[in-house]
Design a protein around this ligand. Structure first.
Ligand code: SF4
Ligand code: SF4
Length: 96
């Protein structure tokens, strides 16, 4: 029987942090709140929140929901960083 790199348990309910070798870090001063990272994350590990303390590049983005990484569920795949059209997500090596 072939062993496939999948799990029968949804990653939305399973903590994936131990898989990670690098983690996404959002630079909010570049983030336009386009939500593309949120749509592409395969692990539902990005939440959208309105938080006036998250510095936005323009006042017109301040009332929009900003992405916040849920590091308990993020497995560090880097898809969000690759898909962000504004270069607002950097993958940073995890400390060991
Ligand atoms: S894809 Fe980039 S610019 Fe768009 S919400 Fe995510 S971090 Fe912000
Ligand atoms: S690195 Fe992967 S799992 Fe983590 S938030 Fe980005 S897309 Fe989701």
């Amino acid at each position: 029987m072939a062993i496939l790199p999948i799990t029968s348990v949804s990653s939305a309910t399973k903590e994936m942090a131990s898989w990670r070798t690098s983690k996404p870090v959002i630079e909010y001063s570049k983030c336009t709140r386009c939500e593309i990272c949120w749509k592409f994350c395969p692990d539902v590990a990005i939440d959208l929140v309105i938080d006036p303390d998250l510095k936005s590049p323009s006042d017109r983005f301040k009332t929009l929901e900003a992405p916040v990484i849920d590091y308990n569920h993020c497995k560090g795949c880097g898809i969000c960083a690759a898909e962000c059209p504004f270069g607002a997500i950097e993958m940073v090596r995890e400390e060991v």
